[in-house]
Design a protein around this ligand. Structure first.
Ligand SMILES: *[C@@H]1O[C@H](CO)[C@@H](O)[C@H](O)[C@H]1NC(C)=O
Ligand SMILES: *[C@@H]1O[C@H](CO)[C@@H](O)[C@H](O)[C@H]1NC(C)=O
Ligand SMILES: *[C@@H]1O[C@H](CO)[C@@H](O)[C@H](O)[C@H]1NC(C)=O
Ligand SMILES: *[C@@H]1O[C@H](CO)[C@@H](O)[C@H](O)[C@H]1NC(C)=O
Ligand SMILES: *[C@@H]1O[C@H](CO)[C@@H](O)[C@H](O)[C@H]1NC(C)=O
Ligand SMILES: *[C@@H]1O[C@H](CO)[C@@H](O)[C@H](O)[C@H]1NC(C)=O
Length: 539
């Protein structure tokens, strides 16, 4: 008899269960338990188990079957877990690939991850992150493989998977797997996702209010049909790189960005290259127009200034109707800015393959009729802009929403737009919304990760500076759901670029800053070391 099977240890183990973590016996037993998982043992409708394998901590797991465009060749698994891979039929014409990562040391919680972009990729790094924290975690491929929207062509069922069914199916199936595998129920259910993943979480809150107790969403792709019109419209503003309206990337990242900071950085009381409240920045590019004889790499032509001005204006559609909020100023440095302003069609797959259902549709022609058509068709019911969250609230659900203020892929101004829409729809001021919905503006954070400020808030493994609730959005959510302690601020960490060493350790801490929940904004008190979070306050 091994020590672990000794009765004394059984008592210690059940004591451990009571203390919060279910540690199911020895590695050998876990291995056996994992090997026993199969289609029949699970007995879930439409679900076929491909394989189930025990992964030891320290394994460099590779994904040879994964679509190349997913660029996720491997992940280092840090805790013992059982990896179950399945296929689940979602209709006669569609199916999802789903994985459940079931940690040997389970914290009795269930969690679903989301996707990104056109999203036909299981986000293995997220599965690793949350399963290493003890969550029984699922992730799906969103109904298709690879990062293109081509799979939507003539495939309404695949569109439906992408819009909502992949995540919801993953939750229904994942909860069953969790209960069967551990032979007991989970305590609470969570969601963590950003970008498309942010939209998926919001969709769940709006349409499947019973799926989660706690939902953490970042940079959500809200009002998806309109967002994609907004994304596609930049090409029409910039023109191709050889046109006179085009602003070369180096002008964006030097003179335009510098001028924006000159005018808006100190609105928060401190000059550090980070704008705390971008909604206060009403930028005027005309002061950059060239004087006679000025070197053209240090100024703008009138046409270029016009392009810059229009980039920072909201998008309007037919008859002057509002379509989407403006790009926030200040995000010019991130690589993403280059994507929106690069003079090539950006993010046109939705209109091409789902709205027009026509691979030959020319994204250069995008205009007001397309925005209206997309909203009217709303393929797969993807819009995700319902402002009534009362069912979610009445179920006891909590929603933590964050958005980086240097996001150049999905403008951060869509988030207060939605938050205020919820406030008006439910007729609740912030003091009331606070009981179940809190929105945090993360200064210096680009799209989900990256950026110039304190953007490590535990939203991803590569942006995790620690698991204390005050500094980690996921653990803050657990504290809110399970202990009733709602976060008032999120403590972000900024890391010296390039200082991360190896896979462990986040790198050298540059400074920390507390991010405020909307509608509060962060200002420097004017006294003391600004790298000390206590010198800032939410007003
Ligand atoms: C894991 O394996 C892949 C493929 O062999 C390799 O490229 C990668 O560097 C390895 N990762 C680690 C952390 O060792
Ligand atoms: C199972 O698949 C069928 C189509 O093949 C579908 O109609 C049905 O909704 C699916 N059931 C579940 C529980 O997903
Ligand atoms: C996605 O890729 C997996 C693994 O190669 C494959 O089994 C599955 O059928 C693919 N799914 C779709 C919808 O093509
Ligand atoms: C399992 O736990 C969840 C979350 O607490 C709860 O909603 C559900 O009713 C439980 N199911 C059973 C069968 O006890
Ligand atoms: C214009 O400015 C750029 C960047 O400062 C410099 O490299 C270039 O030599 C200048 N051209 C002229 C004609 O002065
Ligand atoms: C714009 O106005 C025209 C004419 O009144 C109307 O037919 C059309 O539906 C309107 N479009 C939108 C998006 O409101």
């Amino acid at each position: 008899m091994t020590l672990w099977k000794h009765p004394v240890f059984a008592i210690i183990q059940s004591a451990l269960c009571i203390s919060g973590v279910v540690s199911v016996s020895s590695r050998d037993e876990n291995q056996q338990k994992c090997a026993d998982v199969n289609t029949e043992s699970l007995g879930i409708a439409n679900a076929t188990v491909w394989f189930s394998e025990f992964i030891e901590a320290g394994t460099n797991l590779t994904f040879p079957d994964n679509h190349l465009s997913c660029s996720r060749p491997s992940v280092l698994v840090s805790k013992d877990l059982c990896r179950v891979a399945l296929q689940v039929e979602t209709s006669e014409e569609s199916r999802i690939s789903l994985e459940a990562w079931l940690p040997a040391k389970w914290n009795k919680r269930f969690l679903s991850t989301g996707n990104g972009g056109w999203g036909g990729c299981i986000q293995y790094e997220d599965l690793e992150y949350t399963s290493s924290l003890g969550f029984a975690t699922v992730g799906a491929n969103n109904g298709h493989n690879g990062t293109s929207g081509e799979s939507f062509l003539n495939a309404p069922e695949v569109v439906k998977d992408f819009a909502w069914r992949s995540v919801h199916t993953g939750v229904v199936v994942g909860k069953q797997i969790t209960k069967t595998f551990y032979a007991r129920n989970f305590t609470k259910s969570y969601y963590l996702g950003c970008s498309t993943g942010g939209r998926q979480g919001m969709k769940s809150v709006q349409s499947f209010p019973g799926d989660f107790d706690g939902v953490v969403v970042g940079a959500p792709a809200l009002a998806f049909n309109r967002l994609n019109g907004w994304s596609a419209h930049f090409y029409g503003l910039t023109g191709t790189p050889d046109s006179d309206t085009f602003v070369p990337v180096n002008l964006w990242t030097t003179i335009v960005h510098d001028d924006i900071l000159r005018r808006c950085d100190e609105l928060d009381g401190y000059k550090d290259g980070i704008i705390e409240d971008v909604t206060l920045c009403n930028y005027r590019p005309e002061s950059l127009i060239c004087t006679p004889g000025q070197n053209s790499s240090t100024c703008l032509t009138g046409k270029q200034a016009d392009t810059v001005r229009k980039v920072f204006e909201p998008l309007y559609g037919e008859n002057g109707t509002f379509v989407y909020p403006r790009m926030q100023p200040g995000s010019e440095l991130t690589g993403a800015a280059v994507v929106s302003y690069a003079g090539t069609p950006f993010s046109s797959d939705w209109y091409k393959y789902a709205v027009h259902n026509d691979a030959s549709w020319d994204p250069a022609t995008v205009g007001v009729e397309d925005y209206a058509l997309a909203s009217k068709l709303n393929p797969g019911d993807i819009e995700t802009f319902n402002g009534d969250l009362s069912e979610f609230r009445d179920n006891g659900g909590k929603l933590l929403h964050y958005h980086g203020q240097e996001d150049a892929i999905i403008t951060s101004e869509n988030s207060p737009w939605y938050y205020n829409h919820v406030s008006r729809t439910m007729e609740l001021p912030s003091s009331e919304l606070d009981s179940f919905y809190r929105f945090f503006r993360i200064s210096g954070l680009a799209h989900c990760t990256g950026g110039s400020g304190a953007g490590f808030i535990g939203q991803k493994s590569q942006a995790n500076a620690g698991t204390k609730p005050e500094q980690n959005v996921l653990m803050a959510m657990v504290d809110w759901v399970e202990n009733g302690k709602a976060p008032d601020t999120i403590l972000g960490t900024a890391v010296v670029p390039g200082s991360a060493s190896g896979s462990s350790g986040i790198g050298k801490v540059a400074f920390k800053r507390r991010h405020c929940r909307y509608p509060y904004r962060n200002v420097y008190s004017g006294e003391g070391d600004a790298t000390d979070p206590d010198t800032w306050k939410c007003i």
